[in-house]
Design a protein around this ligand. Structure first.
Ligand SMILES: NC(=O)c1ccc[n+]([C@@H]2O[C@H](COP(=O)([O-])OP(=O)(O)OC[C@H]3O[C@@H](n4cnc5c(N)ncnc54)[C@H](OP(=O)(O)O)[C@@H]3O)[C@@H](O)[C@H]2O)c1
Length: 287
């Protein structure tokens, strides 16, 4: 049996959707914190185990009879290292055969500006030290996150203005990352593995602007700006310093090439080329 945490979230949902095509519903267990969000899963015959990453007793109950656990990274940036450790500890107590984790595909941990990303590497370290067999899925930035980066649909009037320089990102669709992870998890264990799941090309914001121009028929430009000017704009819009810093740190890492490595791991697990930028943005922007 495979336990998928974060099952009512978007990535967990994509994993379960694909697992349902590969194994029987009786082999899929969803760990959810809000039963009401999981009505559809229950109707599809997926067993629910209720709990949170903060509650070790609920995790112990959830792990009973489980061979593989997929830990979807939590969303609470302050607490998630401890939360992830709770899941790993429960998996160890239950003697599961494999733990999988959704980490991030970033080039160099030691030079990351966005220190919040270090939680993923701390979790990887903890998993490796646990002695459990593991599958680490280092996921690239979701293509689905591009509207947030470029300011949503107003991008078609205003263009893209970011301090990302000519930094490139090997974007991939979240649904395809979930599909690929499910394909890996449904296979028999082959020892511990680390996957770098990326698109089959990397893209600059110039490329994104060109793709948005082609899909909308309107001229979308990319204007790289200096970090200080961009930060001042965010503050002028009333964004609290903490939020402004989160955004600028993220974009600085992109400018520094932290997300530009391309691998074939996603393509191999999907058994086809991942969706490219033009088609991906079409679905993300609902064109
Ligand atoms: N690669 C990227 O570009 C990228 C972008 C954004 C996020 N991420 C990371 O990838 C993860 C999955 O992405 P997503 O799009 O699927 O996010 P999402 O839709 O927000 O899903 C997160 C899931 O985690 C569950 N969760 C959070 N805290 C929990 C806790 N304490 N106990 C139990 N469950 C908990 C949530 O439960 P509820 O359904 O009850 O809320 C939700 O199901 C995120 O959490 C984030 O760490 C990666």
């Amino acid at each position: 049996m495979i336990l998928v945490t974060g099952a009512t979230g978007q990535l967990g949902g994509a994993v379960i959707k694909q697992l349902q095509t590969l194994i029987s519903p009786q082999q899929i267990v969803a760990f959810v914190r809000d039963e009401h969000k999981a009505t559809q899963l229950r109707e599809q015959g997926v067993a629910l185990r209720i709990g949170t990453y903060d509650d070790p007793a609920s995790l112990d109950r959830a792990m009973e009879g489980i061979e593989t656990v997929l830990l979807i990274a939590g969303t609470d940036e302050e607490k998630r290292v401890q939360q992830h450790q709770n899941v790993v500890d429960a998996a160890n107590r239950a003697g599961v055969g494999r733990i999988a984790y959704t980490s991030r595909a970033l080039k160099d941990r030691s030079t990351l500006v966005n220190r919040l990303m270090d939680a993923h590497f701390q979790t990887e370290d903890y998993i490796k030290a646990s002695g459990l067999t593991y599958s680490l899925f280092r996921n690239i930035l979701y293509m689905d996150a591009i509207p947030q980066f470029v300011g949503g649909n107003p991008v078609f009037e205003r263009g893209i203005v970011l301090p990302a320089g000519q930094g490139r990102v090997a974007l991939a669709l979240r649904s395809e990352l979930g599909e690929a992870m499910a394909n890996a998890l449904a296979c028999p264990m082959a020892g511990s593995v680390t996957y770098q799941l990326t698109g089959s090309a990397s893209y600059s914001f110039d490329d994104i602007a060109t793709a948005l121009t082609e899909l909308s028929g309107r001229s979308v430009t990319y204007t790289p700006v200096a970090l200080a000017a961009f930060t001042a704009q965010l503050r002028a819009r009333g964004l609290p310093d903490v939020m402004a810093r989160r955004i600028t740190d993220f974009i600085t890492d992109i400018a520094n090439g932290q997300e530009d490595t391309v691998t074939t791991d996603l393509e191999t697990l999907l058994g086809r080329q991942p969706t490219g930028l033009a088609d991906g943005l079409k679905s993300v922007f609902g064109y």
